[in-house]
Design a protein around this ligand. Structure first.
Ligand SMILES: Nc1nc2c(ncn2[C@@H]2O[C@H](COP(=O)(O)OP(=O)(O)OP(=O)(O)O)[C@@H](O)[C@H]2O)c(=O)[nH]1
Ligand SMILES: [Mg+2]
Length: 253
């Protein structure tokens, strides 16, 4: 067989390899821990929230921001969202690369930090609109609060001896007020629980000035440096939208 022809035929079957994220769009990668309900139970992490688990998630989020040079990364529960500006062109915006490499980075960072074998999946969210990116992050933050309240109620009822299906039945269709009251009756004030549990944690780049001595010129000089900043008390609601808008705007100047 003609080897060039053979090579071409084989390459053609790498069917998705030419897929790229649309030019000029904002890209968000969302990563999620695979089977973390079972994994966190096996590894005996505290329920519904464990500070150590959160540290490992933060390590994975920071690693993504660093390796992929994103604008902003947000983490809550077992998920991480990272946003890239329209002009970002790492890996030529190849879909296969973005998904597989981001999942590898998060899995390895979490696994090395925790010494536990884990996997993350990854998906791509695209939009040409800056407003939609803001909505995206507000959506994930709202989901964080909803899941935190449900998680606290669920595990509180289980600790009282209910079976998972009984706890689910008791909570299904109930209002936020009902759920908050359920916790309050048991001495848990939802509004005073740690911020990161209710609203997530963000990381972004900030610039700062560093003064050092230049031995060649024999004088002190001030240079602009960049460092990663953690925000574990994120603004909420509209203020969170403004916070995201300001970060996105910085990438377009
Ligand atoms: N114990 C404990 N569990 C946590 C913590 N943070 C997240 N989780 C659990 O992680 C799970 C995340 O849920 P999902 O992503 O919907 O479910 P999953 O089991 O990971 O399944 P897939 O994502 O579909 O693979 C939930 O069961 C959470 O309770 C934590 O701090 N402590
Ligand atoms: Mg998961």
């Amino acid at each position: 067989m003609d080897s060039d022809y053979f090579e071409k035929r084989m390459r053609e079957l790498e069917y998705f390899h030419s897929l790229r994220c649309l030019p000029g769009t904002w890209i968000v990668l969302r990563l999620d821990g695979r089977g973390f309900t079972k994994f966190t139970a096996r590894a005996k992490f505290e329920r519904p929230f464990d500070g150590r688990f959160q540290e490992y998630m933060r390590t994975a989020a920071q690693s993504l921001l660093e390796e992929l040079q994103g604008l902003y990364v947000f983490t809550e529960s077992d998920e991480i969202s990272i946003v890239f500006p329209p002009q970002w062109d790492l890996f030529d915006r190849e879909v296969e690369k973005l998904i597989s490499i981001s999942a590898s980075i998060a899995s390895v960072a979490f696994a090395l930090a925790s010494q536990l074998a884990v996997q993350f999946d990854s998906r791509i969210w695209l939009s040409a609109s800056q407003e939609q990116v803001i909505d995206y992050f507000r959506w994930r933050q709202t989901d964080t609060t909803r899941c935190a309240l449900n998680g606290w109620c669920h595990w509180t009822l289980l600790k009282e001896g209910l079976q998972p299906n009984q706890a689910t039945a008791q909570l299904t269709g109930k209002t936020l007020t009902y759920k908050q009251a359920l916790l309050q009756e048991r001495g848990i004030e939802f509004d005073t629980l740690p911020y990161w549990q209710r609203y997530g944690t963000g990381f972004y780049w900030e610039t700062y000035e560093k003064t050092g001595y230049n031995p060649h010129l024999q004088r002190h000089e001030t240079t602009q440096r960049r460092r990663m900043r953690m925000q574990d008390e994120l603004p909420i609601g509209e203020a969170y939208g403004e916070f995201i808008a300001a970060l996105l705007a910085k990438s377009l100047v």
